[in-house]
Design a protein around this ligand. Structure first.
Ligand SMILES: Nc1ncnc2c1ncn2[C@@H]1O[C@H](COP(=O)(O)OP(=O)(O)OP(=O)(O)O)[C@@H](O)[C@H]1O
Length: 938
């Protein structure tokens, strides 16, 4: 098992550095606490200890200070001087930040890294500078607290300098700006909070203004109103949600329990409010009134909408499809003819559903409308389908006029141009996007410090290089091959000697002599590459005497990995050119890992998983871990609520039992088919396009659409499975391997037995990307990478990566068990989902119970568990072929045949007519449901 071996082989280096770290950390913690105590007591006793001003006092003997009053500071003379430096000469009240930072540092050194400590050093330091500056600005040297002032010498002198440069107001504004930016840096929600406050002020101002003008207008038109008594009142808006409020959205803290659904919004009373931007449907969402699909049009041909839009224009509310919903009153529609006053009454809840659907952003920003108003208008708004034309206005009645209005009618109209709906700012549009990470928004990726830097400085000496060069030269000359030049590239474990042969020496000659040359050089692990692809030169790889360990720490830290924008970036190690080697699993799209036992396979799998954990959010990636050996992947079981996927009802998220592996693979096939259906419904070709559409809220969750995380299936020791279950394992694996790329399901399978009965033709054909660790024979090497080479590797993570065209030698990154434990603990310590990601249920052939398998086809009391689903599928598609059922439900021929017989018995399909599909006798789902009901009573 890799776990123990790793731990055993690295004891001294790791042990030493851990002890050292702890000692340094503890010492620093001790000092930090001492400083904290000194600073705190300085706040109270600075006056009493004014006599202790500098270091000379600290080291004076008690005799010399005998006349001085006793030092009050809890840290004694040393504490008093240190605190004075930090507080009075430094940052005033905020001097306390210095011991705080030191405490954080010491905890980090000792590897106590709760999630909150991540940004804390930076935040505390900024707080210290900004805080002392603000106090220095506000109070200067007033009251002479601490001998200098509340902000300390730093705060006061910088504030004074700023005032001299940009004046008092300038400094005040600069500080305010800095404080706001700091608040935003701490929490992005600050922006929306400030927006809300600002909007509240503006809107309240506007309301006050409107109230004043309404009152004034009311007084002026008092008489006119009396004559208008006959006018019906504006109908109250029954049943309308609080969505008209200026700010109905209170977002519950993401840290609250239970976790928020993405986009879930809560009002003051704790009720969920439907997100105006068309957030995915939430369980608590109130059912909306049924769509009428119709537009209410009044006699004049105007679309009737709610007048209230005028006084408090909310952005249009949209349904899940992004359609604008316009609410009118909750009463019955009455098409009353417009009274003499020119009023048009409106009726029932009216929805306008633009067809075809438009995007949320399009509907949110309609062009400014020109509207027309009748002079004696009451309280309703009507818009024409075409909203251009001349417009008119009255306080209470606004109507858009169709273009073709004649001059007579226009005379009665006054024109007003309404401003139209507000447009969303880029930021608002951004925040309207669906954010899959929102339900675990506080999730933090593991910090790099959880990894160990195993690299011990070793370098290949010039003597070693010269010695190897001479040997290569001599050997080749013995075979009559003259050399022009040799270039050495030193890699972490192997040095590549690139040979430029003298003119006239044919490469084929060297190629033919490959084995002889290797034998003559007689060093273990020599690999000859003749020619180096893309170059006309020959490469000879010779292992270094001292081999470097490529630690996961160094490659996770690398810019190449950190800045990689791959969909599923996997960092494997370093190439011979000492370059970090990163692949995109999404493009591979599956990976076959093979190598003899003890050559670094398990470490390789751990490196793959680790790089995924360092790059992906739990909402973006799910792992299915299969571990028949039951020891290698158990470490990851802690990730269940964050990264693991399993079938419903399963206890363990790490699958070890062969039967369960078969079920899980079949369940993945069902998930794959379901994902294909979603892609088809969304009219996209691959998962990235699908998720992009979902994020932009162009897909309706009510129609089954959901954000699709990548699923990476990792199978350690594939040989064990194939030996015990054969085709039952191979078939679903081949199916997933052939099809799952587009829907984001990727396989990584590892085996220590690289023989042809394990890595069969079917598997090989579907796994173009392969990793070979050291194997014992050339035949095994050919089985894995279709060529020799893996037999010449030196082990301990030395590997050849074949991506179809290229073969690259890579030193695999080393990651040890304690590191993985730290990472999994770090992740598991954070808020997670309620459980593992659920894969679809899979009922094994025969419906999971032997009764179904043995049931007679004409016995309708023992229907197959899938009967109803299959029946719906057949009726919906009006196609009754056994093969389509087989494909759709991933079941075998026998079971599909049995199901077909049961459908025939139930009168859903007709009789078999040779090889032709059967006739479907039921035309619609409603009739089918009747059949189900009658079968229930069977
Ligand atoms: N990338 C690496 N760098 C340095 N040493 C390594 C590396 N990979 C593996 N080793 C060393 O080789 C040992 C065996 O590795 P590992 O357990 O991964 O082999 P394995 O092929 O999985 O073996 P098995 O199939 O028996 O589990 C490790 O304990 C470690 O000491």
């Amino acid at each position: 098992m890799a776990v123990k071996k790793n731990a055993a082989k690295q004891p001294e280096v790791k042990g030493m550095s851990d002890t050292k770290r702890w000692i340094y950390g503890f010492a620093l913690l001790f000092f930090a606490l001492f400083l904290a105590v000194s600073v705190l007591s300085f706040f109270f006793f600075w006056k009493d200890d004014q006599s202790v001003t500098d270091w000379t006092h600290v080291f004076m003997s008690s005799k010399e200070t005998v006349n001085e009053a006793r030092v009050q500071n809890w840290g004694g003379k040393l504490g008093a001087v240190l605190a004075k430096t930090v507080v009075a000469d430094g940052f005033g009240l905020f001097g306390l930040c210095i011991p705080a930072v030191l405490i954080i540092f010491s905890l980090r050194i000792m590897r106590f890294r709760p999630a909150m400590l991540r940004k804390s050093v930076r935040l505390t330091l900024i707080l210290m500078i900004l805080g002392s500056l603000t106090l220095g600005f506000l109070f200067r040297g007033n009251w002479e607290v601490f001998g200098t002032g509340l902000g300390g010498r730093h705060g006061i002198s910088i504030a004074e300098w700023l005032v001299s440069v940009i004046g008092t107001i300038g400094t005040g504004l600069l500080l305010l700006l800095s404080i706001v930016l700091y608040a935003i840096y701490i929490n992005r929600n600050t922006i929306s909070m400030i927006n809300r406050v600002g909007k509240g002020i503006v809107d309240n101002g506007r309301k006050v203004g409107e109230a004043v003008s309404t009152t004034a207008a009311g007084i002026l038109s008092h008489e006119a109103k009396q004559t208008d008594d006959a006018k019906p009142e504006t109908k109250s808006k029954k049943g309308k949600k609080e969505i008209d409020d200026d700010d109905p959205f209170i977002v519950r803290s993401a840290d609250d329990d239970p976790p928020l659904y993405p986009g879930e919004l809560i009002d003051d009373n704790g009720f969920t409010i439907v997100d105006r931007s068309g957030a995915p449907a939430l369980p608590e969402e109130e059912p909306r009134p049924a769509r009428t699909g119709k537009v209410e049009v009044d006699d004049a041909g105007f679309v009737i909408t709610d007048m209230n839009a005028k006084t408090a224009p909310p952005p249009p509310e949209k349904d899940e499809d992004g359609f604008v919903i316009q609410y009118a009153s909750g009463d019955e529609a009455e098409e009353t003819p417009a009274p003499a006053t020119g009023k048009t009454d409106i009726g029932t809840d009216t929805y306008t559903y633009p067809e075809p659907p438009v995007s949320a952003t399009e509907t949110a920003c309609p062009p400014a409308q020109e509207t027309q108003q009748f002079q004696s208008a009451p309280a309703y708004t009507a818009e024409t389908p075409e909203t251009s034309g001349a417009e008119a206005k009255d306080d209470a009645f606004v109507a858009a006029v169709p273009d073709g209005l004649d001059i007579e009618e226009r005379r009665d109209l006054t024109v007003e141009r309404l401003p139209g709906d507000e447009s969303l700012s880029d930021e608002e549009i951004e925040s309207a996007l669906y954010d899959p990470t929102l339900d675990l928004s506080s999730y933090q990726r593991p910090p790099i410090e959880l990894l160990e830097d195993h690299s011990v400085e070793v370098s290949v000496t010039s003597e070693e290089i010269v010695e190897n060069k001479n040997r290569i030269k001599e050997t080749l000359e013995n075979f009559g091959i003259k050399i022009d030049k040799i270039k050495a590239t030193v890699g972490p474990t192997v040095t590549l000697y690139e040979i430029v042969q003298a003119p006239g020496v044919r490469i084929s000659k060297i190629k033919n002599l490959e084995d002889d040359i290797a034998q003559s050089l007689a060093a273990l692990g020599i690999r000859i590459i003749a020619p180096i692809p893309g170059k006309g030169t020959i490469g000879i790889e010779v292992p270094n005497k001292d081999k470097k360990i490529v630690s996961m720490y160094s490659i996770i830290k690398s810019v190449k990995f950190q800045e990689s924008d791959y969909d599923i970036p996997v960092v494997l190690g370093k190439t011979i050119q000492d370059e970090t080697f990163v692949i995109d699993l999404a493009k591979m799209p599956h990976l076959l890992v093979a190598g003899a036992t003890g050559q670094g396979k398990s470490v390789g799998l751990n490196a793959i998983i680790t790089s995924l954990l360092y790059k992906k959010h739990p909402s973006e990636l799910k792992l299915v871990l299969v571990d028949p050996k039951k020891v290698e992947l158990t470490l990851y079981s802690k990730l269940e609520r964050h990264f693991l996927a399993k079938m419903p009802g399963e206890e363990d998220a790490i699958i070890t039992d062969t039967h369960k592996v078969i079920y899980t693979l079949n369940s993945l096939c069902i998930e794959m088919d379901a994902r294909y259906n979603l892609l088809r419904a969304a009219e996209v070709r691959k998962i990235t396009e699908y998720n992009d559409k979902f994020i932009h809220r162009k897909l309706n969750p009510n129609k089954g659409h959901r954000f699709l995380p990548y699923i990476v299936v990792i199978i350690d020791e594939f040989a064990d499975l194939i030996m015990t279950a054969g085709r039952e394992i191979e078939t679903p694996i081949a199916r997933i391997a052939q099809l799952a790329r587009a829907v984001g399901i990727h396989l990584v399978i590892a085996t220590q037995r690289p023989t042809t009965n394990i890595i069969t033709g079917v598997i090989k054909a579907n796994f173009p990307a392969r990793i070979a660790f050291r194997v014992t024979s050339m035949v095994d090497s050919r089985t894995i990478i279709d060529q020799p080479g893996a037999n010449q590797l030196i082990g301990r993570g030395d590997m050849l990566v074949s991506t179809g065209n290229d073969l690259i030698r890579v030193q695999c990154a080393f990651v040890d068990t304690p590191e993985i434990e730290r990472i999994t603990e770090f992740i598991a310590g954070q808020r997670g989902y309620v459980g593992a990601y659920e894969l679809p249920e899979y009922t094994p052939e025969g419906g999971g119970d032997t009764g179904a398998a043995g049931s007679k086809p004409n016995d309708l009391s023992q229907l197959d568990a899938m009967f109803e689903d299959v029946a719906r599928f057949v009726v919906q598609n009006q196609q009754g072929s056994t093969s389509s059922i087989q494909r759709r439900f991933s079941i075998g021929y026998n079971r599909a045949g049995r199901l077909m017989d049961q459908l025939e018995m139930a009168g859903i399909v007709g009789k078999a007519e040779g090889s032709k599909p059967r006739e479907v006798l039921i035309q619609d789902i409603l009739s089918l449901e009747h059949i189900f009901k009658s079968l229930d009573n069977f």
